[in-house]
Ligand binder design. Structure first.
Ligand SMILES: O=C(O)[C@H](O)[C@@H](O)[C@@H](O)[C@H](O)CO
Ligand SMILES: [Mg+2]
Length: 382
């Protein structure tokens, strides 16, 4: 079998799908994208396609190594997201060619279901309680919300109190019937992270995500030393080499590689195993679409340390399209009591409505995250 063609489709709300065709009629789908830089990743996918077209799609490891090592320069969000989407599609082809779901190719199920969590509250979490109550009715008991709004390098008590008030309201309204992670979203610098985490301790968030930016990962062990709340990070770490340093330095309790940013299934499996060796849990990052989610689920179902799966149903970013809009086999993604079950169809287990993809890709738009500014006019981390 040989790869014959790579076609990319930028799509609402802010996704990109990749279709990889072969000379035996088997097609694989991937989801290479960096939110807000879809066109850049698209160019990278087509530049890398020179190393994929004409190749045997079964040789995933060799193609992956060629894409990663063959261009001298390596790593980073753009190239690793392009590789991720190609890798996902190659695993999809392999599973379809052999008639088995990808998790069977990776040693089979290590669990029967994986707990999902849902975003509530949007960019500026105010009233998250209503959102949580609605989702508990369909079985969710685990949520994530932004831990704060903009936070200056040194900020004032009112900002800290506003952030803590949200966590206090959640615990007040929901008790310990639910759990919630707080995503600092990289908005907080080391000095304020120490203070904010200390003030949040009494409300026992399930984890604090990106307490500081990934480029400040050396603070993770120092922050972990001051708090019992698990530190989570990984969505802006793009290879096992980035995770290696962070795992070795300690402090990380939950690794959150993104299956569409960190080299795909091939690389994230390695990251999952490395994390397990350090007793670090796996909770793949996934605010994206169905192919990214399916790729996460196959890794979750073969990774002993997988504990939670992010998914974008109802996420504040999904304006213009919802998680399963482009999926034919929607029922396979049904969450029961807040859990996902294995995708058992061959390959990744996502049947893409190609006609709708082609239609909606005609005016996809270019999603951009907001650029926030501090009161003094300087750019703030969003
Ligand atoms: O945890 C999450 O889902 C992420 O922090 C998410 O909010 C961002 O990755 C966003 O997608 C960037 O555009
Ligand atoms: Mg996050």
């Amino acid at each position: 079998m040989k790869v014959t063609k790579l076609t990319t489709y930028r799509l609402p709300p802010r996704w990109m799908f990749l279709k990889v065709e072969t000379d035996e009629g088997i097609t694989g789908w991937g989801e290479p994208v960096i939110e807000g830089r879809a066109r850049t990743v698209e160019a990278a996918v087509h530049e890398l396609s020179e190393y994929v077209i004409g190749q045997d799609p079964a040789r995933i490891n060799d193609i992956w190594s060629t894409l990663y090592r063959g261009g001298f320069y390596r790593g980073g969000p753009i190239l690793m997201s392009a590789i991720a989407g190609i890798d996902q599609a190659l695993w999809d082809i392999k599973g379809k060619a052999l008639g088995v779901p990808v998790y069977q190719l990776l040693g089979g199920l290590v669990r029967d279901k994986i707990k999902a969590y849902s975003w509530v509250g949007g960019d500026r979490p105010a009233d998250v309680i209503a959102g949580m109550k609605k989702l508990t009715e369909i079985g969710f008991d685990t949520f994530k919300l932004n831990g704060c709004e903009e936070m200056g390098l040194i900020d004032n008590s009112r900002k800290i109190d506003a952030a803590v008030a949200v966590a206090a309201q959640v615990r007040e309204a929901m008790g310990n019937a639910i759990e919630f992670g707080l995503d600092f979203h990289g908005r907080v610098n080391a000095p304020m992270a120490k203070l904010l985490i200390k003030e949040l301790e009494p409300y026992r968030p399930l984890f604090i995500e990106e307490p500081v930016l990934a480029e400040q990962a050396e603070y993770y062990p120092r922050l972990a030393a001051q708090t019992a709340i698990p530190i989570a990070a990984g969505e802006r770490m793009f290879s096992r080499y980035e995770f290696k340093r962070v795992l070795a330095n300690g402090g990380l309790a939950i690794a959150q590689p993104d299956l569409s940013h960190a080299g795909g299934i091939t690389e994230c499996l390695k990251i999952a195993s490395m994390a397990e060796a350090y007793d670090v849990a796996l909770a793949p990052h996934c605010p994206l679409g169905p192919i990214a989610l399916a790729s996460c689920l196959h890794v979750d179902f073969v990774s002993y340390n997988a504990v939670l799966q992010e998914q974008s149903m109802g996420i504040h970013y999904n304006q213009g399209a919802e998680l399963l809009d482009y999926v034919i086999n929607k029922d396979d993604f049904k969450m029961t009591d807040g859990y996902f079950y294995p995708l058992t169809k061959p390959g990744l287990g996502v049947e893409i409505n190609e006609e709708l993809v082609i239609e909606r890709s005609k005016n996809a738009g270019d999603w951009r995250n907001p650029v926030w500014r501090y009161p003094d006019g300087a750019v703030a981390e969003w």
